[in-house]
Design a protein around this ligand. Structure first.
Ligand code: SF4
Length: 364
C-alpha cells in the first residue's frame, strides 16, 4: 500500500482511509466525508502471502492477490475496505477476506445495477449510494454534509473534464506512455484535489502541435499492469492514442454531467453517463459502437486488447471486440496477463511484431 502517503493523510488531515477494490464506486461520497480512497488492483506480482491458495487457481490474479495481500497484513495501514459488486470474485472476497483472510476491519459493499439505464436501476443505484453514505458516516465519525457532497460532485466532474481533455489530446502531451499513465493512475490513491492540481499542470503543458511521433494505437482492457507494457509499446515505435482501460478511460464521464440540486441524483446520473463497461454489464452493441467511435476519432492504426486471465466480465466481450475490429479491418492483438510485475518476453515480442506489421501497413 501507499503507506507513507496514507500515514500523512491521517496525521495531517485526520482522514480515514479505505482500501477500494475495483472498479466503479461513488468516490464523491468518500471525498465529502474526508475518507481517502486507496484502490487495490491486485496488487501486481507474486501473491504476497500464501492465502491466494484459498481461492481456486482459475480465479483471476486480481482477486487472488488481493486476498493474499489483505491476509498477510499488506493493507493494515487502512481503516476499512470497500467491495463494489463488480463480479462474482469481488463479491466473494467481501466474505472471504473476513472469514478466511483474517480481515477484521470494517467492510463495506457497493451493489450497483447491471445493464443500461432504466427508471428502476436509476432508483436502485441512488438508494444504494444513500445507504453506503449512511454506513460511511458512522465509519468517518461525522455526518454527510450535503453542501460538501455537492462540492465533491463538482470536484470529481472537473477531474473527469481534465482527464477527458488529456486523453483526447494524447498526441499533444510531451510524456511517454508510462509517464502519462503514471500521472493518470495517481488518481487511484491521491487526495482528489491534489490529483486535480497535477492534471491541470499537465493540461497547461499541452502543446499546440503533435509531439507523439509513433504509430497511434488503441488499447482496451482492465488495468495497465504491468506498466512495462507501455515501455514495450514505446520501444516498438507506437504510443497509446486511445484508451479504454477499465481503470482509466472507462471511468471518465464524458461529457461531464452538469451538477444539479440533488447530489445523489447527480451521482446516479453520472453512473449511467460513464462509458460502457463490461463490469457494469453494458449492452454489447452499445459498447462496440462506442469503441469503434473512439478508435476512429483517435486515428488509431490498430488495437491491443489487454485482459487479465480468467476475468469473466472482460472476456465476455472479447468475441465482440474481435468481430467489431475485424469488420473495420483494424488489426487487433490480444494479450492476456496475470498481473506480472514485468511483461513476459513473449508478450514483448508479440507487441514488437504487431507494431512492425502496423508500420508496414500489412494485415495480420
Ligand atoms: S474477475 Fe475481472 S472484474 Fe472480477 S476481480 Fe477479477 S479481474 Fe476484476
Amino acid at each position: 500500500m501507499r503507506n507513507p502517503y496514507i500515514r500523512e493523510q491521517k496525521e495531517i488531515f485526520g482522514r480515514k482511509v479505505l482500501a477500494v477494490l475495483p472498479v466503479h464506486y461513488p468516490k464523491e461520497i468518500l471525498t465529502a466525508l474526508d475518507i481517502l480512497a486507496v484502490e487495490m488492483w491486485g496488487p501486481p506480482g507474486t501473491p504476497r502471502g500464501p492465502d491466494a491458495g484459498r481461492l481456486q487457481a482459475y480465479v483471476c490474479a486480481v482477486a487472488r492477490n488481493a486476498l493474499a495481500f489483505m491476509a498477510s497484513g499488506g493493507a493494515d495501514a487502512v481503516d476499512g475496505a470497500l467491495f463494489p459488486h463488480t463480479c462474482d470474485s469481488i463479491q466473494g472476497l467481501a466474505t472471504q477476506a473476513p472469514d478466511m483472510g483474517g480481515w477484521t476491519k470494517p467492510s463495506f459493499r457497493f451493489i450497483h445495477p447491471k445493464g443500461e439505464w432504466r427508471p428502476s436501476s436509476h432508483t436502485f443505484v441512488e438508494k444504494e449510494m444513500r445507504s453506503l453514505a449512511g454506513e460511511l458516516e458512522a465509519f468517518a465519525g461525522k455526518p454527510l454534509d450535503e453542501t460538501r457532497l455537492r462540492d465533491a460532485v463538482r470536484l470529481h466532474r472537473e477531474i473527469d473534464d481534465v482527464r477527458a481533455e488529456l486523453l483526447a489530446n494524447r498526441s499533444r502531451i510531451e510524456m511517454n506512455d508510462r509517464e502519462f499513465y503514471t500521472l493518470l493512475r495517481r488518481g487511484e490513491y491521491l487526495w482528489p484535489e491534489e490529483h486535480l492540481d497535477e492534471l491541470r499542470a499537465a493540461r497547461e503543458n499541452l502543446r499546440s502541435d503533435t509531439v507523439q511521433k509513433g504509430i497511434p494505437i488503441m488499447i482496451t482492457g482492465y488495468v495497465p499492469e504491468p506498466m512495462s507494457i507501455f515501455d514495450a509499446i514505446g520501444n516498438a515505435g507506437a504510443f497509446v492514442a486511445v484508451d479504454d482501460y477499465a481503470a482509466v478511460g472507462r471511468r471518465v464521464v464524458r461529457p461531464a454531467a452538469e451538477a444539479g440540486e440533488d447530489p445523489f441524483r447527480d451521482l446516479a446520473d453520472a453512473y449511467f453517463q460513464a462509458p460502457p463497461c463490461p463490469t457494469r454489464s453494458s449492452n454489447r452493441s452499445i459498447r462496440m459502437a462506442w469503441l469503434a467511435g473512439l478508435y476512429d476519432k483517435g486515428g488509431a492504426a490498430g488495437v491491443i486488447v489487454h485482459e487479465p486471465k480468467f476475468c469473466e466480465p472482460e472476456l465476455f466481450d472479447v468475441p465482440g471486440l474481435r468481430e467489431t475490429f475485424s469488420a473495420k479491418k483494424a488489426p487487433l492483438l490480444y494479450l492476456e496477463g496475470e498481473l506480472e510485475t514485468e511483461l513476459p518476453g513473449q508478450a514483448v515480442t508479440r507487441i514488437e511484431a504487431f507494431v512492425e506489421m502496423l508500420g508496414s501497413g500489412s494485415r495480420a
